[in-house]
Design a protein around this ligand. Sequence first.
Ligand code: SF4
Length: 280
Amino acid sequence: MDPSIFDTGKRPVWCPGCGNYSILLALRKALAELEINPERVMIVTGIGCHGRMSEYMKTNTFHTIHGRVLPLATGIKLANPDLLVIGHSGDGDAYAIGMGHFPHAARRNIDIKLIVHDNMIFGLTTGQVTPTTPIGVKTRSTPFGNFEQPLNPILLALASGATFVARGFSGEVEHLKELFKKAIKHRGFAFIDVLQPCVTFYNTYTILRQRVYKLEDTGHDPTDFERAVKLASETERIPIGIFYRINRPILEDAFLHAMNPPPALRQKPADIRKILERFR
Ligand code: SF4
């Protein structure tokens, strides 16, 4: 399938060199290589520069309000489990105003994909600090340098029970495409934090190119949770790839069984706890 099938024909208005272009390209290529019918795809975006993905992807799309990508994506998936639901969020959208939703989507293991365009700055509003901005970085809202400890999204996803936890880099488009393909094939909540430099307000391309390395080249076993935690805690070098991946029953299965209890339970008052126990 040609990736252009996912192109709306609209010319992106992102700044030249922005990491969002690579994410858009990698996603189109991943979907095309997996031969996924555009009508089956639902893209949900939040507020931020990433939000324009919903204008540039020729699929079903929903551009929602700030921080509400995951509730929307959850509702859509439960209403129509046949859809491939992909949420796009920024680091401000996902980890600041939308943070209340992230650990719950992860622990529920609903079969949606979350791609966070993590440029460690609010780009759309011209450069303010976000929860992932490193200490010392001067932004419009931290003129003397950021003094708050940044959030570690990979550690948070691991602690929340996510079954697919990965980090990508917009400077590695082919690698990113492969990550997206694996996330799409994963049955459950797949989280990819994409390091996506904002070339206008916080250009990290040079430092990321020096520090990034691929987990696949190290023989990392993605089922090793303790190792994943150690890798996620690295600060000098920056691993990209799949930190952790396991199989666990998804929310939709439990939900559908609860809605359609097996015949033996139909005669009795609905006992959802009993049904859910089958999935433990
Ligand atoms: Fe990209 Fe930053 Fe420009 Fe937004 S402000 S389009 S994130 S380079």
